[in-house]
Design a protein around this ligand. Structure first.
Ligand code: DCP
Ligand code: MG
Length: 388
């Protein structure tokens, strides 16, 4: 099963403010600021606004829309509740993002009276308990389930029971419908006259000639063959967060302060999922749009201070020009800790662990803002002042 929330960030805002119901709502930044559209309500989509478009372009298309900054804490909170509902039905859940996931129901489907029943129960519970709508797809594979959930969006339900059914459904569609065919691959294939899934059947040898192994995969997907397993979160490749600034930043203390907060958020995020990261990557976009990433791989970590320490080391090594965006991502994720603790460290480590544990539990129970380290408070104060 694939579940995907409808217009997720926008839907949370509409839920919390009835004045927004039925309005074109754009989440990302205000029209006077720079930034990109994170998402928008279906009403705004009618004007051609979509995710990842610049706010400037969105404003040109939809000048009467309502523009808002994202409230990430709120979305995370909603997402947690949604994930908890999924977890009732199976422990094989692959959380793709805050609002999207795959559920392998093979082992539990009979227990709950069938996949269709589970789908409707999940929709109902998310509506009643979280106040949001989602689209649910049932399939015989990951790709078919995902396509099924997209088929009747928003508030949809659809089932693709077999490869035969899938093939009939997509045969005349653009190749972009296939998993693994992004913009770049699509353009390349288009230039050889391969536009629809049908063209892939006709010219499968050519697809393989052009794209090699990747082409072989795409031909399989076109035939409805997809043996990918639902892999629970620890197998996800990376988890990250980033921040685009309203003005270009040359003040490195300001950047460091932002890293502290990001490390704090990421740490809570991965601890909640019970995972550790071995690689920390710093992503920077300079004012001239040049992008760089710098990574460091070491012991497995999940504490905010360890994430910050590595990110900060990486920041100290980069060229110092004006910066437009900064981000941290964590990868090489695993569900078990693996690090060397020296004998002298043990006492210190134990205390650190106890403190972390208590703080983590408080945050889980009362929200991420319920308890903070003094350094995080300091940073927040400094950043608030800076913004004023
Ligand atoms: N998101 C983002 N930037 C993007 C794409 C998405 O910040 N480029 C965020 C905002 C979305 C959320 O992730 O609300 C989920 O992404 P989806 O692609 O599932 O889009 P929506 O849930 O908003 O809409 P849909 O109903 O099409 O699923
Ligand atoms: Mg969605």
């Amino acid at each position: 099963m694939h579940v995907d929330m409808d217009a997720f960030y926008a839907a949370v805002e509409v839920r919390d403010n009835p004045k927004l119901v039925g309005k074109p709502l754009i989440i990302g930044a205000l029209p006077s600021e720079r930034g990109v559209v994170a998402t928008c309500s279906y009403e705004a989509r009618k004007f051609g606004v979509h995710s990842a478009m610049s706010i400037k372009e969105a404003y040109r298309l939809c000048p009467n829309g309502i523009y808002m900054h994202p409230n990430s804490h709120k979305y995370k909170e909603a997402s947690d509740k949604i994930h908890e509902i999924w977890d009732v039905y199976t422990d094989l859940v692959e959380y793709v993002s805050l609002d999207e996931g795959y559920l392998d129901l093979a082992g539990s489907v009979n227990l709950f009276g069938g996949a269709k029943k589970i789908a409707h129960e999940i929709k109902e519970r998310i509506k009643n308990e979280v106040g949001l709508t989602c689209s649910v797809g049932i399939g015989y594979s990951k790709m078919s389930a995902k396509l099924a959930s997209e088929e009747k969006k928003p508030n949809g339900f659809f089932e693709i029971p077999s490869a035969e059914f899938l093939k009939n459904l997509i045969i005349n569609r653009d190749i972009r419908v296939l998993h693994g065919v992004g913009k770049k691959t699509a353009n390349e294939l288009h230039s050889f006259g391969i536009k629809t899934v049908h063209d892939i059947y006709d010219k499968s040898e050519l697809v393989i000639d052009i794209l090699g192994n990747n082409g072989r995969q795409i031909v399989e997907f076109a035939k409805g063959i997809d043996n990918r397993k639902v892999t629970p979160f620890a197998d996800a490749k990376s988890i990250g967060t980033e921040q685009t600034f309203q003005k270009d930043i040359t003040n490195f203390q300001f950047l460091k302060d932002n890293l502290v907060l990001m490390a704090n958020d990421l740490s809570f995020d991965i601890q909640r999922k019970g995972i550790f990261a071995q690689t920390v990557t710093l992503k920077i976009t300079y004012a001239d749009m040049k992008q760089i990433t710098r990574s460091k791989t070491g012991e497995t970590i999940n504490y905010a201070e360890d994430i910050f320490k590595t990110a900060n080391e990486l920041l100290n090594k980069i060229e110092r020009h004006a910066i437009r965006l900064i981000g941290i991502s964590l990868s090489n994720l695993s569900s078990s800790e693996c690090r060397q603790i020296t004998f002298e460290d043990t006492y210190k480590t134990e205390n650190k662990e106890k403190l972390n544990d208590v703080m983590f539990k408080l945050k889980q129970k009362y929200g991420v803002d319920s308890i903070k380290n003094a350094n995080v408070l300091d940073v927040q104060k400094r950043l608030n002042k800076e913004e004023k």
